[in-house]
Design a protein around this ligand. Structure first.
Ligand code: UD1
Ligand code: CA
Length: 459
């Protein structure tokens, strides 16, 4: 195999995104768009990958570290301090490649649909035709926003003209530049030295290398993609959402084929990082994100929102929000409940409607069926929590713990003024305000006794 390295451009701000987040970090199905590009480049077999970062470069590096095992990817970060254009971005890598003789794949960081297969086609053609530069292009029905690939009128070679620099006639051309190139290293840097910022944006355009190399008598050719959507560049949020819908659908199709039923794919959003076992059914309107693992035979939705959770087999979640929680086998949640981070819900527990559970451990078989708040609590096995029960966990300074032993029955509308500990097999009378520990096996009633008085007669 020949020598191949890549340069990935990710220094731009992405002004058209109108965002404080650098463009290449905008997420698509749980991954920054740049990660898709990197994965495609890695598939193409580059042994070293120079990633040019600039605008909020530290953030870009950190996000990549969180998404990929970087030591395995041969990545080296190169800084572009002043953002003077794509040509100037590539120039920053010149010193790193001083003695390098092979070929260089240059890829823009905003092309998340690009595949390793297409990159390979480009590279193979580049080798076969022994080109100085091979440019990836595509034909678009609506080419607006892209640089157009133009045959020079003297029949000698091609050039690329950006939309804003193009004449009305040139704008009608629908062969566009994808933003992916394969160069011979020495020709690339020779051409780059000749690029001048003589365009509307006063930037050093990498695309000018196309004409420059032609004029130097080098062989410059194009490879056209089979599928134009593959090189959709993301410049604004409209494009981001379109691509995200497309990638989401691909992910859902993959899950369907592994035995997960997704009743209504257009209304379902699942990150790539989510793993789901077979015979789980996902009903409409559900969103499953992050590092989530879901077992077999679960029924999720309609309208389940699940993020960073471990969910075992046979769990049912209807119209509820669950974040950062572990949910054991056979648990039923919802409708309309909220389970927050740090919660462990044991086997066959029922969390019913309008309940909030935060940073709590709920033992096997326990029922929290209606309208309860359980925070910083340890509930044992087979506890029954009556409707409207509240753990009063916050005293204004500290979060305090409530403990309820196995088999205890808590009547409706009880309040636990934490810290408080209830033993096993106790009974808490309905509407009690429990301020002191209750020993195992005892009945506690803490409410005002009912009085019956004569009514004053109306006159
Ligand atoms: C670019 C191409 C255009 C092509 C289109 C394909 C140029 C001049 N134009 O336009 O022909 O049709 O992509 O999507 O190349 N970047 C840097 N440093 C800079 C400037 C840009 O790293 O100083 C990076 C950006 O982060 C981005 C990439 O280069 O990843 C492309 O920049 P962008 O501004 O998106 O170029 P387009 O206007 O889309
Ligand atoms: Ca772009």
């Amino acid at each position: 195999m020949r020598n191949l390295v890549s340069i990935i451009l990710a220094a731009g701000e992405g002004t058209r995104m109108k965002s404080t987040l650098p463009k290449v970090l905008h997420q698509i199905c749980g991954q920054p768009m740049l990660v898709y590009v990197l994965k495609a480049v890695l598939k193409a077999g580059c042994r070293k990958n120079y990633l040019v970062v600039g605008h909020k470069g530290g953030k870009v590096i950190e996000a990549l570290r969180n998404s990929l095992p970087l030591e395995k990817t041969g990545i080296e970060f190169v800084k572009q301090t002043k953002l003077l254009g794509s040509g100037h971005a590539v120039l920053q890598v010149k010193k790193n490649l001083r003695n390098y003789k092979g070929n260089i794949l240059v890829v823009y960081g905003d092309l998340p649909l690009l595949t390793g297969k297409t990159l390979n086609r480009l590279i193979q053609t580049h080798y076969k035709q022994d080109n100085s530069l091979t440019v990836l292009g595509t034909t678009l029905e609506n080419p607006s926003g892209y640089g157009r690939i133009i045959e020079n009128s003297n029949g000698k070679g091609i050039r690329i003209v950006e939309e804003r620099d193009a004449t009305p006639k040139e704008r009608k051309i629908n062969r566009v530049n994808a933003g992916v190139y394969c160069f011979k290293a020495e020709d690339l840097f020779k051409a780059i030295d000749k690029i001048r910022p003589d365009n509307r944006k006063r930037e050093y355009y990498l695309t000018d290398a196309v004409e420059i190399l032609g004029e130097m008598g080098k062989r410059v050719r194009t490879v056209m993609t089979k599928d134009p959507s593959e090189v959709e560049g993301i410049n604004n949020r409209k494009q981001l959402v379109n691509v995200q819908k497309y990638i989401n659908m691909k992910n859902l199709e993959r899950l369907l084929l592994t035995g997960v039923t997704i009743v209504d794919p257009p209304s379902t959003f699942i990150d790539f990082t989510v793993k789901i076992d077979r015979d789980t059914i996902i009903y409409p309107g559900s969103t499953i994100l992050g590092k989530t693992r879901i077992g077999e035979n679960c029924k999720l939705g309609p309208y389940a929102f699940i993020q960073n959770c471990q969910i075992e087999n046979g769990v049912e979640v209807r119209a509820s929000f669950i974040y950062g929680a572990k949910i054991a086998k056979g648990v039923k949640v919802g409708p309309f409940s909220h389970i927050r981070p740090g919660t462990f819900v044991g086997e066959n527990v029922r969390i019913g409607n309008f309940c909030e559970v935060k940073k709590s451990k709920i033992g096997r078989g326990t029922k929290v069926s209606h309208l309860s708040y359980i925070g910083d609590a340890f509930l044992g096995k087979d506890v029954n929590i009556g409707a409207g029960t509240i753990t009063c966990n916050f005293d204004g300074v500290r979060k305090n713990v409530t403990r309820v032993g196995d088999g205890t029955f808590v009547g409706s509308d009880a309040k636990f003024i934490a810290p408080v500990r209830i033993g096993k097999d106790a009974v808490i009378g309905a509407v009690s305000t429990i301020t002191e520990d209750v020993p195992a096996g005892k009945l506690a009633i803490a409410r005002a006794r009912q009085v019956i008085k004569d009514r004053k007669k109306k006159k």
